[in-house]
Design a protein around this ligand. Structure first.
Ligand SMILES: [Mg+2]
Length: 448
């Protein structure tokens, strides 16, 4: 058992939340999703190194397996649940583990192999969202806030179950998934979803645990302060001296007293975390900060009409990239390089995220309208930044424009465009696009 989670404690909390899960699924279906709050997922492979060894050597099935150093000071790096039945856990000296479980199969680690499996895992997760933050080889946080609608799976629990099944099917390895509004809750949830050992028996975990906002207080309150990041034995002892053992007690502790004991920053951070206030973002390093396309013309262009026409396919490419990542952009920029290599950029930030080629094109053309092109142009580019992966930005935009469905006729398009115009203030561009492309411009969004 992990520090800070006693068996009965986690079971009690999980029991009530699992019981609520079926109800939650039906409620989600009724209201069309759980709302637009953050949805953070923590996925953690179960006894990763040992599980990879079991996968590669079917003869190990059912046997206790220890992976780690076998020398005098060797330590258990990973052990399967059969070994945990004997009280073995990772980070234990190998000699002690072998005394506790003499029949265990002891294997030296094959780090190259684990790294390859880890790379496969991260590829699977990045197919779900670019917002994947790996933690070591066998864990990752995913920000699924912006992917929910695309995944079309309804409740957070359903999303977690699908994700777990996908990983298990593709890798042949077990994992546990926790979902919540924050990294803290997601990580605690995945831990509680794990298999566990009780009275010498391996009990399969729930595999997936989704904690909704409403369930959060009941989930967090009874947990030991030890579950919080940064609370080791020393801090826990100091808190205990103040009579604080659980997150509930910590969340309601008088801040001045805690500050004297732990220092200002730590006290504030811990009180916030204990109350479930954790706004640490998922850092998907591979997630692009912007997407853009640019083109160098074979010869310098002087005709504004031609230059504007070249912007449209670039805007479409940018919009396609946004759509592929389930993102919207708050800022559209253009870049113009003149015949003499002088280069300028112009940007416009919008109140709501944009994603369609029409929106990107209109904004880009409007920006270009403000640029004197007399010197001749050798390159133009369009880019989108301020990327937002949340669905909320897009939803807001859709509500504000209240699109009556897919654009089908000119009247609807005109309505949509006039609202867009009002929002982005691109009336000049709008008439330019209409004048130059006519039907083509109206069909821009439909062609997507
Ligand atoms: Mg793990």
């Amino acid at each position: 058992m992990e520090p800070g989670l006693s068996g009965s404690e986690s079971e009690r909390v999980m029991g009530s939340i699992v019981a609520g899960q079926a109800e939650e699924v039906s409620r989600d279906i009724q209201i069309g999703g759980e709302g637009i709050g953050p949805m953070i997922c923590h996925l953690d492979m179960d006894s990763f190194f040992a599980a990879v060894e079991e996968l590669d050597q079917p003869g190990l099935a059912g046997k206790p397996v220890l992976v780690g150093g076998v020398g005098a000071r060797g330590v258990v790096a990973s052990c399967n649940y059969q070994a945990r039945r004997f009280g073995v856990h990772s980070a234990m000296p190998m000699s002690r583990a072998q005394r506790l479980c003499p029949e265990a199969v002891v294997l030296g680690p094959r780090h190259d192999r684990y790294r390859r499996v880890s790379a496969e895992l991260m590829t699977i997760l990045r197919d779900v969202t670019p917002l994947v933050e790996p933690v070591g080889l066998d864990e990752a946080f995913l920000d699924l806030t912006g992917s929910r609608r695309r995944l079309g799976l309804g409740s957070p629990f359903a999303v977690g179950r699908w994700l777990r099944q996908t990983v298990v099917a593709k890798l042949g390895l077990g994992c546990s998934v926790g979902i919540g509004r924050s990294k803290l809750v997601a990580k605690l949830a995945s831990r509680m979803a794990k298999p566990r050992v009780e009275a010498g028996k391996v009990l399969p975990g729930n595999g997936v645990l989704a904690v909704t906002a409403a369930q959060e207080p009941a989930f967090l309150s009874p947990l030991s302060v030890r579950v919080l990041p940064g609370v080791g034995p020393a801090t826990a002892a100091r808190l205990e001296a103040l009579g604080i053992r659980t997150l509930e007690e910590l969340a309601s502790a008088p801040e001045p007293i805690l500050r004297r004991q732990l220092g200002r920053a730590t006290a504030t951070a811990l009180i916030r975390l204990a109350a479930g206030r954790d706004d640490r973002p998922v850092r998907g390093d591979r997630a692009p900060r912007s997407v853009g396309h640019e083109e160098t013309f074979p010869c310098d262009l002087y005709d504004r009409t031609l230059i504007e026409q070249r912007l449209v396919p670039m805007a479409e490419a940018v919009a396609a990239a946004l759509e592929a990542d389930a993102r919207t952009a708050r800022t559209i920029s253009i870049k113009v390089r003149f015949a003499d290599f002088r280069t300028i950029t112009r940007s416009r930030s919008l109140h709501v995220g944009v994603a369609t080629s029409r929106e990107v094109a209109l904004t880009a053309v409007a920006l270009l309208r403000g640029v004197n092109l007399h010197g001749g142009v050798r390159l133009v580019g369009v880019s989108a930044s301020g990327l937002v992966s949340t669905e909320s930005g897009r939803q807001l935009a859709l509500e504000l424009w209240s699109l009556p469905g897919p654009p089908s006729g000119r009247e609807e398009d005109a309505l949509e465009l006039s609202k867009l115009e009002a929002w982005t203030g691109v009336s000049a561009a709008l008439s330019a696009v209409r004048a130059k492309f006519g039907q083509e411009a109206i069909g821009l969004a439909s062609r997507l």
